[in-house]
Design a protein around this ligand. Sequence first.
Ligand SMILES: *Cc1c(COP(=O)(O)O)cnc(C)c1O
Length: 236
Amino acid sequence: MTDRLSIVRENLQAVRQRIADAAGRAGRDPAGVRLVGVSKYVDAATSGLLVEAGCRALGESRPQQLWAKAAAAELAGADVEWHLIGHLQRNKVRQTLPVAALLHSVDSPRLLAAVQQAAQTLGLRARALLEVNCSGDPEKHGLAPDELEAVVASLPDFPAVQIDGLMTMAAREGGRSEAQSNFAELRELRDRVAASAPDGVTLSELSMGMSGDFEEAIAEGATLVRVGSALWDGLR
Ligand SMILES: *Cc1c(COP(=O)(O)O)cnc(C)c1O
């Protein structure tokens, strides 16, 4: 029988090496790039192997899966923080906030308002990123780039939500060079909007890059990369 933990360890080490190499090429400190291991492809027990191998942040794209994994016996007591990386429906905010350390995908003013309301009710401060649709793909969620400035200007109206930065997904088609220009656009947009943001809003986090394009994302300033497939190679 193949040792599943060893496979996950090797995959994690390979991904970390690629992160370090990409950071090195960009003249960045690798410690400035955090890996979110995307566990949506595997069950709770297998997700737990990645935590055992040393990955301390796991991402799920569906709220129900996030709730289930975070409550799973296989992950009980695990030293891990959960990230919601996919679309969040407003009727699922209340159940998600206590579980998620970071919401990567606040993609509309209505959702921002719902997060504010739920966080206030729960007596907590939600940490989140604003998702921007840089590729213009109508199938993708996210604020249009030209909507961002107004949303950021409105953040003082949402004191129970701490917006740490921005997230994007690259165009599905177009490969790595198209992805890199989407990532560059997110960074430039961040720089521009942060310059006029309300006090205390720095937008320092950029969540961008997946298995196929995280090196390009790191070259453009990613601080969080969301990697799934590359971590589960040989297991599925
Ligand atoms: C699935 C998913 C990822 C991971 O994608 P891989 O290509 O498997 O690394 C990253 N971000 C989001 C939002 C996802 O849904």
